[in-house]
Design a protein around this ligand. Structure first.
Ligand SMILES: Nc1ncnc2c1ncn2[C@@H]1O[C@H](COP(=O)(O)OP(=O)(O)OP(=O)(O)O)[C@@H](O)[C@H]1O
Ligand SMILES: [Mg+2]
Length: 267
């Protein structure tokens, strides 16, 4: 088991009024348990605000859960010493939807790609450039983009650069948090195939968060359905005869034309 979440909860306290000191608590993640193996792409779907991004921040230790345990390769991620934490930071990566704010606007793409290598690899500049060259061709980008600033790239190009940044570190675990939602259908298809290729070639365990059920059905073997902070259904996408159990999953699937034969012909 690559990553395991056991009884995870995250409660936020927020202020309700500007003048009164009244607070409200939001249970963004509520008693969630699941696991992801190496070689597995697991989908996470659910309505906006149900807790998907909060859960992903907990999984890679960007935030501390209020309750519960997260184990990476069998070790509690909150019991790491400094060295193990640095190793975990290298092995677990996240790609966010917002391509522009994920990259420093004042840094050329080449420097943004050099940064994670400088932080995690004790190799020569030439070796780093070779790694960057390999990854750029893996995602079908031209080298000339390396000398541009993020603002001069299209959304699809920036998203592929974000993917490069994550992949340069050869992560064992990758979270893709709605990385295709702002892209045109062709670029979406290209990125989905890239994710599949990564999983096939490198055995990277992937948590793929998306509102696009047809994309999730296309690449994931297991689909977690989240509703108001809880996982209400774990769908086995490898089983054609899988019977949906939860009414929310039914309404979610009914709301999108997943069986439209034309929708994913492009892939
Ligand atoms: N730092 C925070 N402080 C207070 N509340 C928060 C915080 N982060 C998230 N929330 C709340 O937790 C809930 C879950 O938010 P989250 O961003 O995880 O949802 P999501 O499923 O990723 O939504 P979307 O599909 O729109 O991205 C929301 O009600 C949100 O307002
Ligand atoms: Mg989100």
């Amino acid at each position: 088991m690559l990553i395991e979440a056991r009884n995870l909860s995250k409660i936020y306290k927020t202020k309700l009024s500007l003048v009164k000191s009244k607070n409200e608590t939001i249970k963004a993640v509520n008693d969630v348990s699941f696991s992801i193996d190496s070689n597995q792409i697991v989908g996470l779907v659910g309505e906006s605000g149900c807790g998907k991004s909060t859960l992903s921040r907990l999984l890679i230790r960007l935030e501390k859960p209020t309750e519960g345990v997260i184990k990476f390769n069998g070790e509690d991620i909150w019991k790491y010493n400094r060295g193990s934490l640095k190793e975990f930071r290298k092995k677990s990566q996240i790609i966010f939807q917002d391509t522009l704010t994920s990259l420093n606007p004042n840094m050329k793409i080449l420097d943004s790609l050099m940064e994670p290598l400088d932080n995690h690899f004790n190799i020569s500049r030439r070796e780093k450039l070779i790694k960057i060259d390999d990854i750029i061709s893996f995602v079908n980008l031209e080298e000339e983009l390396l000398y541009k600033y993020p603002g001069a790239l299209s959304g699809g190009e920036r998203q592929r650069i974000n993917i490069c940044r994550a992949l340069l570190l050869n992560p064992q675990f990758l979270i893709c948090d709605e990385i295709i939602s702002s892209l045109d259908v062709c670029t979406q298809a290209c990125i989905l195939n890239l994710i599949k290729k990564l999983n096939d070639l490198e055995g990277t365990g992937i948590l793929f968060i998306s509102h696009d059920i047809s994309a999730v059905k296309y690449i994931c073997s297991k689909i977690l359905v989240m509703y108001r902070g809880s996982i209400v259904e774990v769908m086995d996408n490898t089983n054609e005869n899988y019977k949906i159990k939860h009414p929310y999953t039914k309404s979610l699937l009914n709301s999108v034309p997943i069986d439209n034969p034309n929708k994913r012909n492009i892939i």
